[in-house]
Design a protein around this ligand. Structure first.
Ligand SMILES: [Zn+2]
Length: 223
């Protein structure tokens, strides 16, 4: 497994060869060597940690779900028939829709080639919103991660809502649901938190996420 420690107890594993350039092989061989991966997963679980796997290929997503990872990032090309299993075993989906939003513009400018890379790129983008909606409907927890990009969480929430995730669920996936999943507990007095406040309820008007009226970072009021 490759990747780094993002938070105590969370192992973030990147397995997306093929995602960055047409020359890369379209497979997730890291995850296919599964005996080793499964045993490491068990070891992380044994000490109370969780594992997030990034994959954008059907085989990699399938291997991750069958391995029982805690979070699947991207999930492009994930099989729809695995969603019930994800819901049952509690594997969350972080579809990182913004991370692939540039694909739409680039496909408009230049239609995809008919080779495997082109098909991978275009079908992955086209089916992703439906996949996200189906995941929500199947009871999979959907979180609004951005694959590391800062400052675009409101865009990610917009993408989730456009895909068919209810606004309150999408906003929760960017805040209290994600917070709780990451092990910081619920929103409660005295808990560690950075805070953004809004004049309107973002669960009803998610567009206000871009206009916080109050920001408190590490106990300091910055707005
Ligand atoms: Zn990634």
């Amino acid at each position: 497994m490759r990747g780094g420690w993002l938070l105590p107890g969370l192992v973030d594993v990147h397995t997306h060869p093929g995602a960055d350039s047409p020359g890369d092989p379209l497979d997730d061989s890291v995850l296919r060597r599964d005996a080793e991966g499964a045993s490491r997963l068990r070891r992380v679980h044994a000490i109370g940690g969780r594992v997030a796997v990034h994959s954008q290929h059907e085989d990699g997503c399938t291997a991750a779900v069958f391995a029982g990872v805690d979070s699947l990032e991207h999930g492009r090309h994930l099989r729809l028939d695995l969603l019930d299993r994800m819901g049952d075993q509690g594997t969350v989906l972080v579809p990182t829709m913004c991370a692939s939003s540039g694909t739409k513009a680039s496909l408009r400018k230049q239609p995809p080639a008919s080779d495997a890379w082109g098909r991978w790129k275009s079908t992955g983008w086209e089916r992703h919103p439906n996949l996200v909606r189906c995941a929500f409907e199947a009871g999979v927890t959907v979180l609004a991660g951005t694959d590391g990009a800062a400052g675009i969480i409101a865009d990610e929430v917009d993408c989730l809502v456009a895909a068919g995730v209810p606004a309150d669920v999408a906003v929760g996936g960017a805040s209290w649901v994600a917070r709780s999943w990451l092990g910081f507990g619920d929103l409660e007095h005295g808990a560690l938190a950075d805070i953004v406040g809004y004049d309107e309820d973002p669960r009803v008007h998610p567009d206000v996420l871009r206009r916080p009226s109050r920001i408190v970072l590490r106990g300091r009021v910055v707005r």
